[in-house]
Design a protein around this ligand. Structure first.
Ligand code: NAD
Length: 339
């Protein structure tokens, strides 16, 4: 019988991870836990997912709203082999999972210190085999690791400066901003640099972040000092050997994040998600042999989803080989568009 997976927190990330778990043949979605009996809860019921209320108070609200809950979070946690916690940061469920003796994955809103193990399938799958608690870093951090790890492994990276232009909020959110301003993150480095080092501890990286009024993607500008000389073609060849990186071209009309999201819609992916990091092929420049510049775009709502699936496989030791897990996940999600 495949292991049972529960999802705690059914928002932007939780609902995507739930669908991705349901698409695998070596794990089973046991249910999802939610605080509110809102439209997302109703749609989860329509999909046939077992919906659990976060606690007894929430259960009463579910009953009042006419949603038949399968129980409360504690019931779900007792039933499963692993919980993917997709609640907002600091929701504080670790003691519950520890008490139940259940494995758990958290998302990037949490600190690395919660698990002391942060995951990226290409970079450190083997380190997470059998682990009880793992964190999948944020969308931006995952995006940085996706392209920097291959460069470091195959060319060598001396130093990185990454400037991140961050989306203000997600498309489904009407509360956060800015809506008419550009907001620099005054902390230096932004938390993303140390976060990348939670997976790649030896990478010398400095990050700067700015928030802008868009909801669809983040855009990263990177300046990388390489250890060995390489030209743009060699750099692109390195990325072509790695999954979850897709090359786009300004020459083909992909001038901005708007066209990248249009491309994702044209691919008919679930929710128009783009799990891959999109790198502009014609935005890759090498100066004096060793200074590389490039741009990449990150679909914040979905790039961490395949990482969560691989983290489940590593922690439950369903597959020892990270590359094979990634291939399996990618097949199930339709990842692997033409480079
Ligand atoms: P979200 O607000 O869209 O969803 C959170 C869900 O958890 C909601 O369904 C909410 O009702 C529920 N919830 C709130 N408090 C809860 C509680 N105490 N117990 C149980 N459920 C509770 O948030 P999100 O964007 O999906 O973020 C979840 C995590 O994923 C955070 O750590 C975040 O930093 C991380 N993350 C978010 C993004 C993104 O772009 N949205 C990308 C990568 C990682």
């Amino acid at each position: 019988m495949p292991p049972k997976i529960g999802i705690n927190g059914y928002g932007t990330i939780g609902k995507r991870v739930a669908d991705a778990v349901a698409a695998q043949d070596d794990m089973r979605l046991a249910g999802v836990a939610k605080t509110k009996p809102d439209f997302e809860a109703k749609l989860a019921v329509r999909k046939g997912y077992a919906v659990y209320a976060a606690n007894k108070d929430a259960l009463a609200k579910f009953e009042k709203a006419g949603i038949k809950a399968a129980g409360i979070l504690d019931d779900l946690v007792r039933e499963v082999d692993l919980v993917v916690d997709c609640t907002p940061e600091d929701s504080g469920y670790k003691p519950l999972y520890e008490k139940a003796g259940v494995k758990a994955i958290w998302q990037g809103g949490e600190e690395h210190s919660l698990t002391n193990l942060s995951f990226n399938a290409a970079a450190n799958y083997a380190d997470c085999l059998g682990a009880p608690f793992v964190r999948v870093p944020s969308c931006n951090t995952t995006g940085l690791i996706r392209t920097l790890y291959p460069l470091d492994a195959h060319v060598g990276v001396e130093k990185v400066l990454a400037v991140m232009v961050r989306r203000a909020t997600d498309p489904g959110d009407s509360k956060k901003g800015p809506i008419n301003a550009i907001e620099p993150e005054l902390e230096m480095p932004s938390h993303h640099g140390p976060d990348v080092q939670s997976v790649l501890p030896d990478l010398d990286i400095h990050t700067i972040a700015v928030k802008v009024p868009t909801t669809i993607m983040h855009l990263h500008t990177l300046a990388v000092d390489l250890k060995k000389s390489a030209d743009a073609t060699q750099i692109l060849d390195v990325w072509k050997r790695f999954p979850r990186i897709t090359l786009v071209s300004g020459g083909d009309g992909v001038k901005s994040t708007a066209q990248i999201m249009e491309m994702a819609r044209d691919l008919s992916r679930s929710r128009s998600d783009l799990y891959e990091i999109a790198v502009w092929r014609d935005g890759v420049h090498v100066v004096d042999g060793k200074r590389l510049y490039y741009f990449q775009a990150v679909h914040q709502e979905s790039d961490v989803v395949p990482e969560n699936i691989d983290a489940i496989r590593a922690m439950l030791e369903l597959e020892k080989d990270g590359r094979k897990s990634m291939e399996k996940t990618d097949r199930s999600l339709g990842i692997g568009i033409a480079k």
